[in-house]
Design a protein around this ligand. Sequence first.
Ligand code: SAM
Length: 274
Amino acid sequence: MKAKRSLGQNFLVDTDYQQRILNAVQPRAGETIIEIGPGHGALTEGLVNSGAAVLAVELDQELIPALHHQFAAHENFRMLAADALKVDFCVAIAPATSARVVANLPYNVSTPIIQHMLVQRYCLRELTVMLQREVVERMTAEPGGKEYGVLSVLVQFYCEAVHLFDVPPGAFRPIPKVWSSVVRLTVHETPVVAVRDEALFIELVKVLFAQRRKTIYNNLRAGRARLGLADEAAIEMVLSAAQLDPRRRGETLSLTEIAVLADQVPAHNPSPGS
Ligand code: SAM
């Protein structure tokens, strides 16, 4: 069957790397595992054989019959023909209340899928996923580098992110242009730094990194309506209260500094998303 580029289909055919991912996950009998995009079942077989309850979510209708044929006899396998971006995982895993996620993610929607899963983190303990190496570098980046941005802050706010290993293009068919990496995201019980208002914190992160070459002052000025900051004086006041130099750039700010800044933004009238 021809791989569909529109669905990010680069199938992992190298059995050593399939096994390395399964070894990293160590699936256990009785737990619930969600696999996004099982494809031809490269990882699914090992997951099902472990005895874990596997919920496989596949968008490509043409792959479903073969997956059914291969795994339907296993009581611990369940198939959801759906777009992972639209699935409410906390509902889908019921009666289980918590699951781990395993995926060789479709590259074209890998970041939206991660963001969608972070929203549903209350029932997801851990995500072991393969994505483009460049995306994993952004997820795990420290402040101060060019990879550090919105994705780094949001992922590290909610999860501990550990880069596990790289996978060369030759491990896939068709062969992609870029390297991939496997990352483990372990969801924190509560975000790693305390903030008064999570939605406001997320909005602030987006504002601070809206234009990377601008100072935080200029980014705050451009996005002040989204944060309910009345005018320049209000911006200067929150920066000063957070003891931040207005000339700094977003990429230099640690999670703690952003959290402190978020807590200085007055609680009244924030209008996230506007
Ligand atoms: N797991 C297989 C492997 O490792 O060989 C396939 C991985 S392939 C990179 C991505 C898989 O995700 C494909 O099977 C594709 O059809 C599926 N997919 C793409 N977009 C999806 C979506 N929005 N929701 C669920 N599955 C999706």
